[in-house]
Design a protein around this ligand. Structure first.
Ligand SMILES: C[S@@+](CC[C@H](N)C(=O)[O-])C[C@H]1O[C@@H](n2cnc3c(N)ncnc32)[C@H](O)[C@@H]1O
Length: 342
């Protein structure tokens, strides 16, 4: 009897697990579509044509993905289909020969069987396609692995989806920089994701590893102020042990100290930051990040800034934009903005 109950329990667990997987795949597909939509609209469309949709070529036929077609439209993608089923009444497709990358802001590839071939053919036409379902699968696997290991991230699932979207659409070269890592949750997310997507950018994890420094006068004047000593339990050795346990220690360079002091040497060595995440919650750290990374930012690179409604953070961004007319600021979520070069 005990064995039978045990077996029933195991089957129920397995079934529940599979159901959760399916549910989680649907939910994360929506979150990733939304994240990609927000990032691509901000960086590739709105800066030149506010209100326009993202002109999108969807190459291939991935039946499960097509169930999310309305979601793509809802997330700002105006989709034309290629290399799918020409007779599909809902999404009639054109032959791949008709695809001209110059006509599109973004190219998504998703196919049940011929994805590799289609990806290669589209890339040969000069596009940098996004394998959207590979990004979704990677995102799910990364979040699952983080949950399994008890990794602490300060970001909510919307923000995590934007981080994944930015990691997936930015230049595969250069480096990735995170200013303010706390327990390293987002560094681990970015490192695991890069591995899953075959990206080899070195990741720099910058923190005092003694928590928040003293705020400056620019941090005061309204709203939340992050005061000295907050997040002070993030000892360097502890964060390093989390990177080690997650299996990504080799991809990450830990740089202790104030990021405004440590960034110059990093930028001098590699003056190409494809993706920066500024999450210091204060004026001085945000200003340091923007002062150093702003000037080397190329078109296509993205700085994500968290907690942008915090006075000091907002002030640092406004000042950076006032100094450099080529920089653009685009809010993509509550408290979460992109800064990039137009
Ligand atoms: C909100 S936490 C970072 C959360 C982390 N990015 C995440 O997603 O899980 C803020 C971190 O910024 C660090 N910090 C604040 N000002 C800094 C500065 N000027 N230089 C380096 N680190 C700083 C603090 O020590 C703290 O660990």
């Amino acid at each position: 009897m005990k064995n039978v109950l045990g077996l029933v329990g195991k089957v129920a667990q397995l079934y529940g697990g599979l159901y959760y997987q399916r549910f989680s795949r649907d939910l994360n597909t929506l979150l990733i579509c939304q994240g990609l939509g927000r990032v691509l609209r901000a960086t590739r469309v709105s800066a030149t044509d506010p209100g326009a949709m993202i002109r999108t070529a969807l190459v291939g036929h991935y039946f499960n993905f097509l169930r999310h077609f309305e979601v793509l439209a809802d997330c700002g993608f105006a989709v034309s289909c290629f290399a799918g089923k020409p007779d599909d009444v809902y999404h009639p497709s054109q032959p791949l020969a008709a695809f001209d990358p110059a006509q599109f802001d973004c190219v998504l590839v998703a196919d049940d069987v011929a994805e590799e071939r289609l990806y290669a053919e589209v890339a040969a036409k000069g596009a940098r396609p996004i394998r959207i379902m590979r990004v979704v699968e990677a995102h799910i696997a990364v979040l699952k692995s983080m949950r399994f290991r008890g990794v602490v991230s300060c970001l909510n699932p919307y923000k995590q989806a934007v981080i994944t979207a930015v990691a997936a659409v930015t230049d595969p070269g250069g480096i990735v920089v995170e200013c303010g890592v706390y327990m390293g949750g987002t560094t681990i997310q970015m490192a695991l994701l890069q591995r899953a997507l075959g990206l080899k950018r070195r990741i720099y994890a910058l923190d005092t590893f003694e928590g928040m420094p003293e705020p400056t006068a620019s941090d005061y004047g309204g709203g939340m102020v992050y005061t000295a000593g907050m997040f002070a339990d993030n000892r360097q050795g502890l964060v390093q042990s989390y990177y080690h346990k997650a299996g990504v220690e080799a991809d990450i360079e830990i740089v202790p100290g104030l990021c405004q002091d440590t960034l110059p040497a990093i930028i001098a060595r590699t003056p190409h930051v494809a993706f920066a995440f500024l999450d210091t919650d204060q004026y001085a750290g945000t200003k340091g990040g923007l002062d150093m990374i702003g000037p080397v930012l190329r078109s296509g690179d993205v700085i994500v800034v968290d907690d942008t409604s915090v006075r000091g953070v907002d002030t640092a961004i406004r000042e950076a934009l006032a100094r450099d007319a080529g920089l653009v600021r685009a809010p993509v979520l509550m408290n979460f903005d992109l800064v990039f070069r137009h």
